[in-house]
Design a protein around this ligand. Structure first.
Ligand SMILES: [Zn+2]
Length: 279
């Protein structure tokens, strides 16, 4: 099942034939929204609105663990994240679509970063944090819409947009785009053995990245985003038009050697959680 996490402006999927809704709490609390499960084209899909159905959660307030756990428990095996980002470079103007395959984590420790802890020790590998197999399917579905792939996403805490000095810093660090929501989401997906890819919509030049150095106003950001969301809906319809052929993927066995604590030392609750993560 393909999980889709909708970001700003994407609160429902056009063409989704709803079969059921899941609104159960997880061991980590409530997800941002109920999960809508149904058929999009020929594909079984589970959709969740990252910021809530009425956009009520700041990036720092999103319960990433509950979102990822709920999607996995609902049966998702792969996850496509859609989100808004700022561009750090002139090569990616507003309206561009970007598929980052690397992340720089500049969040500030406010967000719970892991399903592990409290007597359960695990370390997942994140050298290649996204799923190349899912990314190639997204690229194939994009048809004549240009997507910049293999880019680096710098994740900041927000909610404010960056200063000009911060934009220079992120560019120096190797960032191509900047956003506030893909982490720890991508890492939690890896802990849940989910294939993960992130489709980002450039809404604006981050402060100082535009030629004239002027920061983009928030209303201009939102107008550009509304246009781009239509492109994303088109890609999602193409991506789900045919049921993907089953394929083995390393993402689906990421926990094989990751957990160091023996199973018999875990509580019943932790064993139940690991059963979902390992599914
Ligand atoms: Zn994968």
């Amino acid at each position: 099942m393909l999980g889709i996490i909708g970001g700003t402006g994407l609160y429902k999927l056009e063409g989704l034939v709803e079969e059921r809704r899941v609104a159960e709490p997880t061991p980590f609390g409530n997800p941002s929204s109920p999960i809508t499960i149904g058929k999009l084209g020929a594909t079984q899909v589970a959709f969740l609105a990252r910021h809530g159905l009425h956009h009520e959660y700041l990036p720092s307030e999103i319960n990433y663990r509950a979102n990822l756990f709920a999607l996995k428990a609902a049966g998702a095996t792969e996850l496509l994240s859609v989100s808004a980002v700022g561009s750090l470079q002139r090569e990616y103007p507003p309206g561009s679509l970007v598929l980052p395959n690397q992340f720089i984590d500049l969040t500030k420790g406010i967000r719970a970063p892991s399903f592990f802890g409290n007597g359960l020790v695990g370390h997942i590998a994140t050298g290649q944090p996204t799923c190349a197999r899912l990314e190639s399917r997204v690229l194939a579905a994009s048809d004549d819409v240009e997507i910049f792939s293999k880019k680096t996403y710098a994740c900041v805490e927000g909610p404010r947009l960056g200063t000009a000095a911060e934009t220079r810093m992120l560019t120096t660090l190797g960032g191509n785009i900047v956003g506030m929501t893909n982490l720890p989401e991508a890492f939690l997906a890896r802990e849940a053995q989910l294939c993960y890819a992130s489709l980002c919509i450039v809404t604006d030049y981050d402060s100082g990245a535009a030629e004239d150095g002027a920061a983009t106003e928030v209303d201009a950001i939102l107008a550009e985003y509304a246009r781009s969301i239509n492109k994303v809906q088109t890609i999602l319809r193409a991506l789900t038009a045919a049921e993907p052929a089953p394929a083995a993927c390393a993402c689906r066995t990421s926990l094989r050697a990751a957990v160091l604590t023996p199973d018999e030392r875990l509580t019943a609750e932790q064993r139940a959680m690991m059963k979902v993560l390992r599914a």
